[in-house]
Design a binder for this molecule. Structure first.
Ligand SMILES: C[S@@+](CC[C@H](N)C(=O)[O-])C[C@H]1O[C@@H](n2cnc3c(N)ncnc32)[C@H](O)[C@@H]1O
Length: 214
């Protein structure tokens, strides 16, 4: 494991109070392909997609390093089973999960750790199960902003934050496709998204990938 986990509990108080009731249209359109109803959300936050899925008959397990996120879920959505740990320490039960999501989380790790987690997801996901991930792309404006004294830019678009020993990684579409080359690609996009969950509204470049284990 490389560096420390990103501590979202340091973000302002409102970050972990967002109540989600909806599901991404794109994910909804692939639910019919799931072989079963067991879902794992790595870095669940306050449950985007997962709250909806839990209230529509799916069994959701969420993992998050943030005490605030897991407390929020336990207080408001007790049907979601939570684990308050670093996803790098979470052991995925083999052949249990039909959908494994990790949305806007994996880029907060060094790519060496991301590769281990993706291998673990691929190996343990049920046959015909679906994976859904989204990560910062090379177009993310943050990549340029990180070229200053507080950050060390390593090879392969990995940034080391010197002041708290955390990492941020940026990915290309081809890199994600290569990591999932043994999966059937159902959907991939490279887009900008407006983040208004914290601070002033700002854009991120995001790659979304949905694939099926065959
Ligand atoms: C940007 S939020 C995304 C939350 C949710 N997936 C969503 O899309 O709304 C990132 C979440 O990942 C969690 N996180 C980041 N690094 C983590 C790690 N190494 N282990 C567990 N959780 C982590 C944070 O605590 C935070 O809740």
């Amino acid at each position: 494991m490389v560096g420390k986990p990103f501590d979202f509990d340091k973000k302002d108080g409102s970050y972990f109070s967002v109540k989600y009731t909806h599901i991404d249209k794109i994910l909804k359109s692939y639910l019919c392909l799931l072989p079963g109803k067991n879902i794992l959300d790595l870095g669940i936050g306050t449950g985007k997609n997962s709250v909806y899925l839990s209230s529509h008959g799916y069994n959701v397990v969420g993992v998050d390093y943030s005490n605030k996120a897991t407390k929020f879920l336990n207080d408001n959505y007790p049907n979601i089973k939570t684990y308050n740990i670093d996803i790098r320490h979470f052991e995925i039960e083999p052949n249990k999960f039909d959908l494994i999501m990790s949305l806007n989380v994996l880029h907060f790790l060094h790519k060496d750790d991301v590769h281990v987690i993706i291998d673990d997801i691929k190996y343990n996901l049920c046959k015909n199960g679906i994976v859904y991930i989204s990560v910062f792309s090379l177009d993310d404006p943050k990549l340029k902003f990180m070229k200053n004294d507080f950050f060390e830019i390593l090879d392969n678009h990995i940034c080391h934050k010197l002041y708290d020993d955390t990492y941020v990684s940026f990915f290309s579409k081809n890199e994600i496709l290569e990591l999932f080359k043994d999966f059937k690609t159902l959907y991939i996009s490279d887009e900008y998204f407006l983040d208004n969950t914290h601070g002033s509204p700002h854009f991120h470049g995001i790659i979304k990938y949905i694939g099926q284990k065959i």
